[in-house]
Design a binder for this molecule. Structure first.
Ligand SMILES: C[S@@+](CC[C@H](N)C(=O)[O-])C[C@H]1O[C@@H](n2cnc3c(N)ncnc32)[C@H](O)[C@@H]1O
Length: 210
């Protein structure tokens, strides 16, 4: 992003004033404990999309403390649907459980402790919205398993698809495999799916089935 655009973006994001106390509490917790959660503008966009399309059966891979899950779960609940969300780390899972309790969402959230790679394959259900936000080296696998479970008018939202810009600039050697896999994944999506890449936040990929 051009430097001026970055500054303009920061200025505009500064206008997003969150009033919900639980969301504010989770943002503060994530900052204090270094938990990666979606940025404010991505959270806004996620909420905008899920509420505009009235998605009701939502799958999330990568719960962390339940920040994006609370945003989506509230909308799913309003639409008489359900959020299924998978987290591999037990500490995060327990934090998310507490937050879903506080949000009064336990009746409409199915929180799974496990590896998304195995857990998605076990699910016998259809989703109209899938949010992929876990280990980037496995995005292709998360995507293919989710796509099989996507309703005909469903949408998949892939966060951090530009991986801090490492796809097109020099990157630390340890990220070699992730960068190669993400690069191949983006090419695959352009060639085989109804896909757009939105270059804000850390890059958002959207796939619409039909
Ligand atoms: C970026 S955070 C998710 C943030 C969350 N979606 C939010 O915005 O509030 C990624 C999470 O995915 C989890 N994770 C990583 N690999 C995973 C896997 N294979 N299956 C399930 N969860 C995974 C990590 O433990 C971490 O909590």
């Amino acid at each position: 992003m051009l430097e001026e655009l970055k500054e303009a973006n920061n200025y505009i994001v500064g206008k997003i004033e969150e009033k919900d106390s639980l969301i504010l509490e989770m943002e503060a917790f994530a900052l204090e404990h270094n938990v990666p959660i979606v940025t404010k503008e991505v959270a806004k966009y996620l909420e905008f999309l899920v509420s505009s399309y009235n998605f009701k059966n939502i799958l999330e891979i990568g719960t962390a403390i339940g920040y994006s899950g609370t945003i989506m779960g509230r909308i799913a609940k309003k639409n008489n649907g359900k959020l299924t969300t998978i987290e591999i780390d037990e500490t995060r899972y327990n934090e998310a459980l507490e937050n879903f309790k506080k949000a009064n969402l336990l009746d409409s959230v199915n929180l799974i402790l496990g590896d998304g790679i195995e857990e998605v394959k076990k699910i016998d259900a259809k989703f109209d919205f899938v949010f992929i936000d876990a280990s980037k080296g496995h995005y292709m696998e998360f995507f293919n398993d989710s796509f099989e479970r996507l309703t005909d008018d469903g949408m998949i939202f892939i966060d951090n698809i530009m991986f801090r810009g490492y796809l097109y600039k020099e990157y630390p050697k340890r990220f070699k495999t992730i960068v190669r896999r993400l690069d191949e994944f983006i090419t695959y999506l352009y060639e085989n799916h109804n896909f757009v890449l939105l270059p804000f936040g850390d890059g958002i990929g959207l796939v619409k089935k039909n």
